[in-house]
Design a protein around this ligand. Structure first.
Ligand SMILES: Cc1cc2nc3c(=O)[nH]c(=O)nc-3n(C[C@H](O)[C@H](O)[C@H](O)COP(=O)(O)OP(=O)(O)OC[C@H]3O[C@@H](n4cnc5c(N)ncnc54)[C@H](O)[C@@H]3O)c2cc1C
Length: 494
């Protein structure tokens, strides 16, 4: 059996880690594809500034489901990198940990072939009248170089960044902030800088700028102006009400679905167990950064429990999300997704203090209600307009785009050529809520032309319509383990 793993980040390396555990692995021939920079590290854990930290304590995130401390133990055993506060390590260290496994497997197994190229096409060439399917994987337009596989793992990570103000390609517009240590290469100390987006990517830029250009003022702006929450004291909790058993029971009475309101009621019951004032926590943000950050810093217990409960919702989102009707999924995205997002992936308290100090010192300005951004070509500058009618536009020399990755196939452009080609050749189809269609239980891709592709699996953000909010390392590792297990199970049966 020939296997292609496309993308060697968290999902790709995890698939490899799972494959080598099985006795039958010796009968496989595995090719793993990625570009030379990201091979084994992926995008979030690429080599970058040490200010960009993983969003979990270092001893809680690993590629080993049986040992959450494995990454931390790896860190302690090596001598190349040492940090004063290893509780939250830089992201690129996690990349080196992942890559160490890829290197180890490459050296130990002759049947693993690392190909330092990006894949441009995956097509199916089944003979008319024949339902046997093989996958042709290409890295160029030369079809004679495409290789044929029995099994494909699509592990290409996030789609490219949004470009909400159509500024891509404009001088002074930085389309993606990563790697941050190159982002400001062309920037002068006298330049006026705006970061568009107030989510996780903008925090990365703030951390980088404050460490390396301590006197450079920055404006961080978005429509809501809301920053992510601050990490509270997150305890170990188990759900009592939001369980598969309760969901299965409810489904019997509602045509196979769990009504969203019933799921919300169960969540409220979980919050009641800890005497949380849910209303207060949901509405605690006032859009005033210092107030909002200080609130979280001052209420670490309540905020921490709330964050933990939401984190557990995310971890169990596969069966929760896929129990809802389509209408309820849309309603969830409209009414509740913002709460989940605002309280997930919280920033460490140190970052909150950094931002508060920056605002006090006049070096960081957080501005909400962005309406539009124009490039004023004759004057070589950007004008940011706000909703407030009488407010004059703010003028900037540099705009850094930190609005995050696209989620829907309809928004793709040439930066996502592989996915565009996959859709065009009818190998994949879009999911109405984002990404591509897969079977939630098995991660098998659903093609509009060939039906369920039994031997093509997709992971990560490409599957966000199904794997809603389930893109953290631990969740991806779990999916990789279960998919590889099923794959061997299927192979034994056929
Ligand atoms: C900025 C950022 C920070 C994050 N921090 C955390 C964190 O601290 N903790 C956490 O749990 N989660 C974090 N996440 C979530 C993160 O996305 C996942 O944890 C995980 O890294 C995703 O794994 P992946 O394999 O899907 O994507 P990636 O790890 O990005 O891997 C995808 C790989 O596919 C390659 N690729 C893309 N196209 C092709 C192609 N055509 N051919 C070949 N290869 C291709 C890419 O180069 C890349 O190496 C973060 C996400 C982002 C965006």
């Amino acid at each position: 059996m020939k296997i292609a793993i496309i993308g060697a980040g968290t999902a790709g390396v995890s698939v490899l880690r799972e494959l080598v555990k099985y006795e039958e692995f010796k009968d496989l021939e595995v090719d793993i594809y990625d570009n030379p920079e990201n091979m084994g590290q992926g995008v979030p854990f690429q080599n970058d500034s040490q200010e960009l930290l993983i969003n979990l304590p270092s001893d809680q995130m690993s590629l080993n489901l049986d040992n959450p401390r494995e990454f931390y133990e790896w860190y302690e055993q090596q001598d190349d990198f040492k940090f004063e506060h290893p509780e939250f390590l830089p992201r690129f260290i996690f990349g080196h940990y992942m890559k160490s496994y890829l290197n180890q497997y490459q050296q130990s197994y002759d049947n693993i072939n690392v190909i330092y190229k990006e894949v441009t096409e995956v097509y199916i060439d089944s003979k008319i009248g024949n339902t046997d399917i093989n996958y042709h994987v290409c890295t160029s337009n030369d079809m004679s170089e495409c290789k044929v596989y029995d099994i494909v793992f699509l592990a290409i990570g996030t789609l490219s960044y949004h470009d909400p103000y159509h500024l891509k390609g404009t001088k002074g517009y930085i389309q993606t902030p990563y790697p941050t240590y190159n982002t400001l290469d062309e920037v002068e100390d006298s330049d006026r800088i705006a970061i568009v987006g107030t989510g996780l990517a903008s925090l990365d830029v703030i951390r980088y700028v404050t460490a390396h250009h301590p006197n450079l003022p920055i404006t961080v702006t978005s429509r809501s102006g809301h920053l992510p929450s601050v990490r509270g004291e997150m305890p170990d909790i188990e759900f009592k009400y939001i369980t598969p058993e309760h969901f299965n029971q409810i489904k019997k009475d509602y045509f196979g679905n769990v009504p969203l309101q019933q799921a919300i009621d169960l969540f409220v019951k979980e919050c009641d167990r800890f005497d949380l004032d849910l209303d207060e926590l949901v509405h605690r943000k006032q859009g005033e950064p210092i107030h909002d950050l200080t609130y979280d810093l001052d209420h670490p217990k309540e905020v921490g429990i709330f964050q933990t409960l939401l984190e557990m919702v995310k971890e169990n989102m596969n069966w929760i999300w896929n129990s809802f009707s389509h209408q309820d999924q849309e309603k969830f995205l409209k009414e509740y997704h913002g709460i989940l997002k605002a309280n997930s992936n919280p920033m460490p308290p140190t970052t909150a203090h950094l931002i508060i100090d920056g605002i006090h010192d006049g070096l960081i300005e957080i501005k909400k209600n962005v309406k539009d951004i124009y490039y004023d070509e004759p004057n070589n500058r950007f004008c940011i307009y706000y909703e407030e009618e009488n407010e004059k536009p703010s003028i900037f020399d540099i705009v850094i785009n930190a609005t995050g990755a696209k989620t829907h196939l309809t928004d793709l452009d040439h930066d996502d050529q592989l996915v565009i080609n996959l859709e065009n050749r009818q190998v994949v189809q879009s999911h109405p809520l984002g990404g591509i269609q897969i079977i939630p239980e098995t991660n098998q891709v659903i093609s509009p032309r060939y039906g369920t592709l039994r031997r093509m699996y997709a992971f990560g953000q490409l599957t966000n319509g199904i794997n809603q909010s389930r893109n953290g390392v631990n969740m991806i590792v779990k999916q990789a383990a279960s998919v590889v297990d099923q794959m061997f199970e299927n192979m034994r049966e056929h």
